[in-house]
Write a protein of this length. Structure first.
Length: 301
């Protein structure tokens, strides 16, 4: 039963990791940019929701009506004001730019809110601790199930957007070849800004669920960035449903590791990430060697 419980809890935890990873993976897939401010922006959204919830006494879900458009606007400005300009100077400059942005966001949040940990759990009442009993020893948290369901709905919505809308088709065309997309009338600059806005909307949703399920502080963004990066890489960078697979694998590894040792929660997740990264690298090298051998053999024949 302990193993089964670990599997269930790890799978549900993977839903959150998929949610925090999808925005990062989306920006890499469309704009080929690794946003190192991703985790800090999620924490910014969490504090934004906290302020609205405490000031007006509303639920975080209702506060999203204000936060989502605001984060979309920030994403648009981020692309137009920082990422687009820094990309012209080379592939490394956008990474450094977002790293600097993360430092600015973290310190501004610290100046405003201090180092105390915060949580949105009091704003959602019993949802933060209610659960369903599957057996006498296995309980499933309602918030964990809601988080997983929201992750699936978010990924499904993005998939429908990319597959069946004009904007989605333009995003896919721009991600494949922005120069060719320009030739057929697609405004690549506007599409990239739209993609950044969509990515920041997903970041806001992830920030809300983070704030409801755990505590957070101004410097919690770096750890969330690591989780997002690991889930995105495990599932395949740029793949929407791959982030769900990667999130579940990461969640299961952490859950299993916690069963072995209390400190194994993080260690097991990092170990699985490195193992998958090494395995992919190994098979890529082997594939190139095999291909080269086939080409040499065909020429000598």
């Amino acid at each position: 039963m302990t193993l089964l419980n670990a599997i269930i809890q790890g799978t549900l935890l993977g839903g959150y990791y998929a949610m925090i990873a999808v925005g990062l993976s989306f920006m890499v897939g469309v704009m080929r940019i690794i946003n190192l401010a991703h985790g800090s922006l999620a924490i910014f959204a969490a504090f934004f929701l906290l302020v609205l919830s405490q000031k007006f006494g509303i639920s975080p879900f209702l506060a999203l009506v204000v936060v989502l458009p605001a984060m979309a606007g920030i994403g648009w400005l981020l692309q137009r004001g920082i990422l687009e300009r820094s990309t012209r100077a080379g592939p490394l400059v956008p990474i450094l730019s977002t790293f600097g942005l993360a430092i600015v966001i973290d310190n501004l949040l610290f100046e405003q809110f201090g180092a105390n940990t915060q949580s949105l759990a009091p704003s959602i009442g019993s949802l933060s601790y209610d659960s369903w009993a599957l057996t006498d020893t296995i309980y499933v948290g309602k918030l964990a199930v809601l988080t997983f369901a929201a992750a699936v709905a978010l990924l499904g919505g993005l998939q429908l957007l990319l597959s069946y809308t004009t904007v989605g088709l333009a995003i896919r065309a721009t991600s494949e070849d922005p120069d060719t997309a320009e030739l057929i009338g697609v405004n690549a600059r506007a599409i990239n800004a739209t993609a950044a806005a969509i990515a920041l909307v997903t970041v806001a949703i992830a920030g809300m669920f983070l704030a409801m399920r755990a505590t957070f502080d101004p410097y919690a963004g770096s750890l969330q960035l690591i989780f997002a990066f690991e889930a995105a890489v495990i599932g395949g960078t740029g793949s929407l449903w791959g982030t769900l697979v990667g999130g579940i694998v990461l969640g299961l590894a952490q859950s299993m590791g916690a069963q072995i040792h209390p400190q194994g929660f993080l260690i097991a997740g990092h170990a699985v990430f490195l193992l998958i990264l090494f395995t992919r690298r190994f098979w890529t090298v082997q594939s190139f060697k095999l291909l080269a051998g086939m080409l040499v053999g065909s020429r000598t024949a």
